[in-house]
Design a protein around this ligand. Structure first.
Ligand code: BGC
Length: 475
């Protein structure tokens, strides 16, 4: 079985991670620009001032996409380039950049998928409370209208928010990401405002005539490490906190039942009218998948009180994430079963591995990334075979880039970036991906390249028992 005709093959990036020049042409600062400039908050003191310099090298990067054979490109717009104060007057030159990008993509025959919000809230809006201020829902909707007014004639796929869970958990609850709060009690309110913002931006885009509007959520299947009731309950909390918190309200108009327990006294009673508004038809779900989590109960790991446990004898990426492709297929099936037959796009999937620090003989050899992509693409194919309506796949990421607070130390790219010279060199995984695209997935071999834990354990048992047999027959 191959991939359906018309399946869309792409790669993804986000504005802060690649563009650089955050204040060029009248742009207003974002919370990321502010956060990254605060000493000690990013690895290596990365500021994002240059990043991949995509702001100046955009035409070269589109040419690169063309060389890779991409059919689609998912990028995000930096809100502060469009509205320097977050609301109010539109900054024409900021929008011009995305206008040129979209034109270049069209010339190259590459379809754009536009994300409005990939974590770079204008700093001026953070000064007004950011995601804690309910007005943010209207701010996002106004911004959506401004972007649509300029690009709506050429952009057909829209994503309101990228990974609202990370905005809430990383930005407000655990604080490793901008704006860097560490207040559990803020989580519920931030989640609720993200949902209202998604609903209002979706309504605004639809009113302007956009036909294809979705949201990108990062989902991580949670598996209980044991069948002890406390581990099973912890796993359910972790699943509610990360996987169901946004999709349940959008599709079913209610929050998961575990959330009052997760958030404790900070969980308010939300107005029915809000939940009615949040329950919106979504044209597609963007699924970002990297890993699964095997969980145990841990009262110290607030707010969800579930800790992930490392799986012995199993590959991990440089982010410390377990490589486990079978869970990806099951996840897409779960989304279909729980939320209905809504089209799905894989809006991010990929891995950071150690790549050689230098390009050797014009090549960057990245066999682990090839194996990762291979196995995860097989999982997508399996989900399609199980009847899930998956319409496309976007590899994360086109380029090595600024991995947020990790700076440039974590490389996810199909294309290597030398951060001294900014030279781009496609890795071997880019050539592999090109073959996949050209054959619409037919070139994927059926056997996974990375053995699962179960396979590794089974083969270890087999080796042990044959050694034992050999020992006893020798005796
Ligand atoms: C984000 C990306 C990020 C990637 C790898 C996702 O959480 O959307 O911006 O670089 O995962 O961490």
């Amino acid at each position: 079985m191959s991939f359906p005709d018309g399946f869309l093959w792409g790669a993804a990036t986000s504005a802060f991670q690649i563009e650089g020049s955050p204040l060029a042409d009248g742009a207003g600062p974002s919370i990321w620009q502010r956060f990254a400039r605060t000493p000690g908050l990013t690895v290596g003191g990365e500021t994002g001032d240059v990043a991949c310099d995509h702001y100046h090298r955009m035409p070269e990067d589109v040419a690169l996409m063309q060389r890779l054979g991409l059919q689609a490109y998912r990028f995000s717009v930096n809100w502060g380039r469009v509205l320097p104060d977050g609301t109010g007057a539109v900054n024409g030159p900021g929008l011009d950049f995305y206008d040129r990008l979209v034109d270049r993509l069209a010339e190259a025959g590459i379809e754009p998928m536009l994300t409005l919000y990939h974590w770079d809230l204008p700093a001026a809006l953070d000064d007004r409370g950011g995601w804690l201020n309910r007005d943010v829902a209207d701010w996002l909707a106004d911004y959506a209208r401004a972007v649509h007014a300029r690009l709506g004639d050429r952009v057909s796929r829209w994503i309101t928010l990228n990974e609202p869970w990370v905005v809430m958990d990383g930005g407000y609850v655990r604080g490793g990401l901008a704006p860097g709060h560490r207040v559990h009690a803020e989580g519920a309110m931030v989640a609720h405002h993200l949902l209202l913002a998604h609903a209002r931006a979706t309504a605004a885009l639809r009113a302007e005539g956009a036909g294809n509007v979705g949201i990108a959520v990062n989902l991580e299947p949670k598996v209980a490490a044991t069948d002890k009731p406390e581990d099973v309950a912890a796993t359910a909390r972790a699943d509610a906190y990360m996987n169901r918190i946004f999709l349940d309200p959008i599709v079913h108009g209610r929050y998961p039942e575990e959330l009052p327990e997760v958030f404790g006294a900070s969980w308010p009673t939300f107005a029915d009218a809000d939940l009615d508004e949040i329950r919106t038809e979504t044209d597609f779900f963007g699924i970002n998948y990297y890993t699964r989590a095997v969980c145990v109960d841990d009262p110290d790991d607030a707010p969800e009180r579930a800790r992930r446990v490392r799986q012995p004898r199993h590959p991990y990426t440089e982010m410390g994430w377990e490589v486990y492709a079978p869970a990806f297929r099951d996840l897409m099936v779960w989304v279909r079963d729980r939320y209905g037959d809504i089209p799905q796009y894989v809006t991010e999937n990929g891995a950071s591995f150690y790549d050689p620090p230098q390009v050797v003989g014009g090549e960057v050899s990245d066999p682990m990334r090839i194996a990762y992509l291979h196995d995860h693409l097989l999982a997508v194919r399996d989900a399609i075979a199980a009847g899930v309506d998956v319409r496309g796949y976007f590899a994360w990421s086109l380029l090595d880039n600024v991995e947020w607070s990790q700076g440039t130390t974590k490389r996810f790219g199909l294309v290597h970036v030398d951060f001294e010279t900014l030279a781009r060199t496609p890795k071997q995984s880019a050539a592999f991906y090109r073959e996949v695209i050209d054959s619409n997935g037919a070139c994927l071999a059926d056997a996974p390249r990375i053995p699962t834990t179960e396979a590794v354990v089974a083969s270890a048992h087999q080796t042990a028992s044959s050694l034992q047999e050999a020992a006893s027959s020798n005796a």
